[in-house]
Design a protein around this ligand. Structure first.
Ligand SMILES: Cc1cc2nc3c(=O)[nH]c(=O)nc-3n(C[C@H](O)[C@H](O)[C@H](O)COP(=O)(O)OP(=O)(O)OC[C@H]3O[C@@H](n4cnc5c(N)ncnc54)[C@H](O)[C@@H]3O)c2cc1C
Length: 414
């Protein structure tokens, strides 16, 4: 049966949900507050990562956050502020950051990333958005970091995710296009990268061609209910009625859902990226500079450096010192960049939607019978977007989602 599906948020999650819904013959309206920016979805590092089966809330993260608290160039930072939402989020984060939580979440995250990877491959066969399937390198400058990464690689192998620990010679043979000053690294051959702007543009073209109603510069300010269901999303330009509603509002989702009685504890995790048009060397593979927590992604002729997880108020201004921290790390791993001035380049910043346990909110909710929540993908939203789209489309059609979604229940903190 054809339904009218109203999607709030036009980032990569909202558009992926929309694409899967139109593919199933539904009528789709996407409501997006911003005219152009698409939240966190355009300037990110573009990595599709079955290797990322460890959620943000993991052992060691609390200690790292405290250690880096006072360093303005550090990659992980919680901005202290008098905000009860932040206090309860931080307490829940600390309680979630356990080995058991990581062990419980790993198989599900692996399966979701792999499902996304498979869908990305299908979509890339239909339209080019720069998908490169050569894997990801976790590069380590120190023996200590390499030991930690090798331990994670063993966990990956136990989960069936291929991972190879490599010495500098093997790394150089794998990617001879860039000089590396590292102790070693781990290669995750199943990981991929793509250009997120090109992917979002491809989704938009697909949706327009299918006749979807894409309403930019339109903010959802409230809801109209009818019994236990939603009748319409309210905007300043009037109401948008629908049969099914999907909340994909990124870091704004908690605020948008509050009017419905939804409890989606969330903090914004700001990250930054800088894209270099003519890099002195261009790697063939994407990588993460492990100790610095910097992501490096070749995108066509350009090279993008991204990083920082700054838990902050959504309206606080970006902090250029953090961008300096990202760029400072580059020549330490890639010495060809020594003496190259990356400092004057414009930077992009985006807000990752972060739940306290580092897992998305995905599924139906008690708040309204015809509402699906799909948000809080934190550092993995691009990677998990196609699988999220498929799951939501199945839920809209009343089918089993294909995954055990209990860990992702949007009502788990309610
Ligand atoms: C530096 C950086 C690097 C990253 N690298 C990667 C990576 O390599 N791989 C990966 O998987 N992920 C990565 N991420 C994370 C990824 O970018 C996010 O998880 C993803 O973009 C979230 O998508 P979204 O659609 O949920 O949110 P968003 O992209 O933020 O979209 C939400 C949209 O909802 C809209 N909205 C909000 N409120 C309303 C309202 N009331 N009415 C209408 N519209 C509304 C907003 O305007 C926004 O456009 C990175 C993030 C950053 C910052």
């Amino acid at each position: 049966m054809t339904k009218h599906v109203v999607i709030i948020g036009g980032g990569v999650i909202g558009l992926s949900v929309a694409a899967e819904c139109v593919a199933r013959g539904h009528r789709v309206t996407v409501i997006e507050a911003d005219p152009v920016k698409r939240g966190a979805s355009l300037g990110n590092a573009g990595m599709v990562v079955p290797s990322h089966f460890v959620p943000l809330a993991a052992p060691g993260m609390v200690a790292l956050g405290l250690k880096w608290m006072w360093n303005p160039e550090s990659p992980f930072y919680i901005e202290p502020r008098a905000d009860w939402g932040l206090v309860t989020w931080a307490l829940r984060f600390m309680a979630s950051a356990t080995r058991e939580h990581v062990e419980r979440s790993g198989p599900l995250l692996r399966d979701l990333h792999l499902a996304s990877r498979a869908r990305y491959a299908q979509l890339a066969a239909e339209e080019d958005f720069g998908l490169v399937r050569k894997g990801l390198l976790m590069l380590c400058r120190t023996g200590h970091a390499l030991e930690e990464e090798a331990a994670t690689a063993r966990q990956a192998q136990a989960l069936g995710v291929p991972a190879d620990v490599l010495d500098p010679a093997a790394l150089a043979a794998l990617d001879p296009t860039i000089t590396m000053a590292v102790e070693g690294g781990v290669h995750y051959p199943q990981d991929c990268h793509l250009d997120p702007s090109r992917f979002v543009a491809a989704l938009e073209r697909r949706l327009r061609a299918a006749g979807a109603d894409l309403r930019w510069s339109t903010e959802v300010t409230g809801w109209r209910r009818s019994g236990g269901r939603l009748a319409a999303a309210v905007t300043r330009d009037g109401e948008v009625a629908g049969d099914e509603f999907v909340l994909c509002g990124g870091a704004w989702s908690e605020a948008v859902g509050r009017g419905l009685g939804l409890r989606l504890p969330m903090q914004a995790g700001r990250g930054y990226s800088v894209t270099v048009a003519d890099p002195v060397q261009q790697p063939a593979l994407c990588s993460i500079l492990t100790e610095a927590r910097v992501a490096v992604t070749p995108m066509g002729e350009t090279l993008r450096f991204g990083g920082t997880m700054e838990i902050t108020a959504r309206d606080s201004p970006p902090r250029p010192r953090r961008v300096a921290g990202i760029l400072k790390a580059v020549p330490e791993y890639f010495p060809a960049f020594r003496g190259v001035d990356l400092g004057g380049l414009p930077f992009w910043s985006g807000l990752r939607p972060c739940s306290p346990d580092g897992l998305p909110y995905l599924g139906r909710t008690r708040a309204a019978g015809n509402l699906v929540v799909a948000t809080a993908h934190a550092m993995m939203g691009l990677s998990l977007a196609p699988a999220t789209g498929e799951i939501v489309a199945r839920l809209v059609d009343g089918e089993p989602p294909g995954f055990d979604l209990r860990l992702l229940d949007p009502d788990r903190w309610a």
